[in-house]
Design a protein around this ligand. Structure first.
Ligand SMILES: NC(=O)c1ccc[n+]([C@@H]2O[C@H](COP(=O)([O-])OP(=O)(O)OC[C@H]3O[C@@H](n4cnc5c(N)ncnc54)[C@H](OP(=O)(O)O)[C@@H]3O)[C@@H](O)[C@H]2O)c1
Length: 178
């Protein structure tokens, strides 16, 4: 099946996606008018989005209309069940991704957070990893890649550096038995 699970996420140079209190203000420093770092193009190839529940709550806290209204959106949670608009809750991200990969469709975008990423890494389910490295040392916070994940080999595809200092790294995940 050639439907891919893609991790597309931003981290500080020292490997954090947020402060421990979920503050993500460090991302603001790369906000530049008319620069989306390829995000709109990336979304063209996506029809499904996966958020961890805490990431979803962060998105909710921004207010306004939720993004990805045109896509199938799953929020991974053990505690929430009921469908909420275009948001569907699911309690098993591994089963969900395996099922989605067996269906026809565009690629699947995992936006994080780290708990969900960890679960997907442990089960070797990512096909592509796109990390935007922010030129900042956060010092402490929520690590993108938790300790204890299984070892996996990546194939470097490209690096794009932007005037803001953001460097976007693209990798394919090498599969043992493709
Ligand atoms: N820098 C970036 O690009 C970026 C991207 C994404 C997120 N973030 C930030 O990352 C932070 C959130 O990351 P996080 O790692 O703390 O949380 P997360 O992965 O977004 O969500 C964790 C929640 O997911 C559910 N969950 C986790 N494992 C599960 C499993 N095995 N089965 C069922 N449900 C499971 C649980 O929800 P319940 O408690 O409801 O059961 C858990 O509390 C936020 O601050 C967000 O803003 C940053």
């Amino acid at each position: 099946m050639d439907r891919k699970l893609i991790l597309y996420i931003a981290m500080s140079l020292d490997g954090y996606i947020a402060k421990k209190d979920d503050n993500i203000d460090f991302l603001n420093m790369v906000e530049v008018p008319n620069e989306d770092y390829g995000y709109a193009d990336f979304l063209q190839g996506i029809d499904t989005v996966i958020w961890g529940r805490k990431t979803f709550d962060k998105v909710l806290s921004f207010g306004g209309e939720l993004p990805h209204q045109d896509k199938e959106v799953f929020v991974i949670s053990r505690t929430r069940k009921r469908k909420n608009g275009h948001i569907q809750y699911h309690d098993n991200v591994v089963d969900l991704v395996k099922n989605l990969k067996n269906k026809k469709g565009k690629d699947i975008y995992c936006d994080g957070g780290a708990e969900i990423v960890s679960e997907l890494l442990q089960n070797s389910l990512f096909d592509t990893v796109i990390v935007s490295v922010i030129p900042h040392l956060l010092g402490d916070g929520i690590r993108l890649f938790k300790e204890g994940n299984i070892e996996q080999n990546l194939q470097f595809k490209r690096a794009i550096s932007y005037p803001s200092g953001l460097v976007q790294l693209w990798y394919e995940v090498k599969k043992e038995n493709p």
